[in-house]
Design a protein around this ligand. Structure first.
Ligand SMILES: Cc1ncc(COP(=O)(O)O)c(C=O)c1O
Length: 444
């Protein structure tokens, strides 16, 4: 098929995520990838500065991952993993992941992606409290700018309101609090209080307002991703952990983006010295080569599931939970992450990227903020650094960068970066150069 027929058929027969024809009048059709590069059907090369959708941590074109899938498919592509059966790669992956992220998280349930993982987390919270005789602890507290996926409950936890209106009513019992945006105060800060303490206090006040006996869980991304790469202050999560403990609220870390190295730590919450009770993961576990996600649960939650009478069992399931081929690819992907030191590289290259973005801040008055952790970074445009008034530049700079061979995403004025963790210094510099040229062109 030639490129124009491809586009015609795409437009005629495919419904895309977040579909609107206005966003799809001239789609870029990718054909292959190699390292940090993507190639469209007409042969144009793009630096994939978003690693697919925050997920292609090991970079594109890894034959070793294709081989792992082929080997497993020829042996056993699929078998049920429902209670009463299992398969080799699922057991091996769960064993390898026991305690890998956090010492207390030793038990894994597999899903096919991030939203399914968060659904599993929410249902596990309900199950846990029902088993402990507190059936009303069903509410989940989340935060503005949060992205937790867009199945119905995950969408209700998601704190970006653009996702809601045409699909409401939302699932009841999901509340949103201000997230601690270092650059902007969304809640009130008392005298002598830090931003992190104020945002954590908002959680405590919400739990008290709703009634601790009605709040089952709190969910947070260690670094908010799709909401605009928002890095919390250092004192926020330690205080959140204390509050969750004090009021008996399970802390769910949504590490769908931050897991498997992206922040320069193997998992994102580690740098804050805090452990969650449940962790959702997906994306980087297979570097996106096959769909896989899951939750890991703390030992105390595992005990409650293991000790349930049959009529109170954890009646939760997906056909593809523990999919042998996906798990085999995850194992090979973890080998790559370890062997090639990709977590450390994310730290080093992330620092280089952030330094370069800070230099652009000095150069361009239209940049109002630069932020990031590891290989999650963003610049935010503004027409006035003092008031942070919008500049409506994100999409324009994105389009200009695309013309120069850089592929990434913008959200309003936030221009985001999340390249493969394999990125080299030269490639980071190339990204920075293209971004600088694109801003210069758009603001000329
Ligand atoms: C933090 C976070 N949680 C959950 C999800 C949802 O994952 P999925 O699209 O695989 O359902 C995403 C997707 O970007 C995410 O960034």
């Amino acid at each position: 098929m030639n490129p124009s027929t491809l586009i015609q058929n795409d437009q005629a027969y495919l419904l895309h995520p977040l579909h609107h024809p206005s966003a799809h009048d001239n789609p870029l059709i990718f054909e292959r990838g190699e390292g940090v590069y993507l190639y469209s059907v007409d042969g144009t090369q793009y630096i994939d500065a978003f690693a697919g959708l925050w997920n292609v941590n090991a970079g594109h074109g890894r034959k070793e991952l294709a081989q792992a899938a082929a080997d497993q498919m020829s042996k056993l592509a699929y078998a049920s993993n429902y209670a009463g059966s299992a398969n080799l790669p699922a057991i091996e992956l769960a064993t390898r992941m026991a305690g890998l992220a956090y010492p207390d998280l030793n038990t894994t349930f597999f899903t096919s992606g991030g939203a399914e993982s968060n659904e599993s987390a929410f249902k596990t919270v309900r199950h846990y409290w029902k088993r402990l005789g507190k059936p009303d602890k069903t509410k989940i507290i989340s935060r503005t700018h949060a992205y937790h996926g867009i199945t119905l409950a995950a969408m209700s936890a998601t704190g970006m309101s653009v996702y809601w209106p045409m699909f409401e009513p939302r699932v009841p019992g999901f509340l949103h609090l201000p997230a601690p945006h270092p650059d902007r105060v969304t809640g009130d800060i008392r005298e002598g209080e830090t931003l992190g303490q104020a945002a954590a206090r908002a959680l405590e006040e919400a739990i008290l307002r709703e009634g601790p006996d009605t709040v089952g869980g709190f969910i947070a991304e260690p670094v908010q991703g799709a909401g605009g790469v928002i890095v919390p202050p250092e004192d926020y999560f330690p205080r959140v952990r204390q509050i969750c403990d004090e009021y008996g609220v399970l802390f769910i870390a949504d590490e769908v983006i931050t897991g498997f190295g992206r922040t320069g730590d193997l998992f994102g919450l580690r740098r804050y010295g805090v452990q969650p009770d449940i962790m959702s993961f997906a994306k980087g576990v297979t570097s996106g080569y096959l769909p896989l996600g899951g939750i890991q649960i703390a030992d105390k939650i595992r005990e409650v599931i293991m000790n349930a009478p049959p009529n109170e069992r954890w009646m939760h399931a997906y056909t593809y939970s523990g999919h042998p081929t996906c798990c085999a690819v995850a194992l090979a992907n973890l080998d790559i992450i370890e062997r090639e030191g990709l977590v450390a590289n994310a730290g080093v290259m992330g620092a280089r990227l952030l330094d370069g973005l800070k230099a652009l801040y000095e150069e361009f008055e239209c940049i109002g903020d630069v932020r990031g952790l590891g290989l999650m970074a963003a610049i935010e445009f503004t027409s006035d650094r003092a008031t942070k008034a919008p500049a409506n530049l994100g999409e324009k700079v994105r389009a200009a960068a695309m013309q120069r061979g850089l592929w990434t995403r913008a959200l309003g004025d936030v221009f985001m970066f999340s390249p493969p963790l394999t990125i080299t210094a030269d490639e980071v510099d190339k990204v920075l150069q293209i971004v600088g040229e694109s801003i210069a062109e758009v603001t000329a």
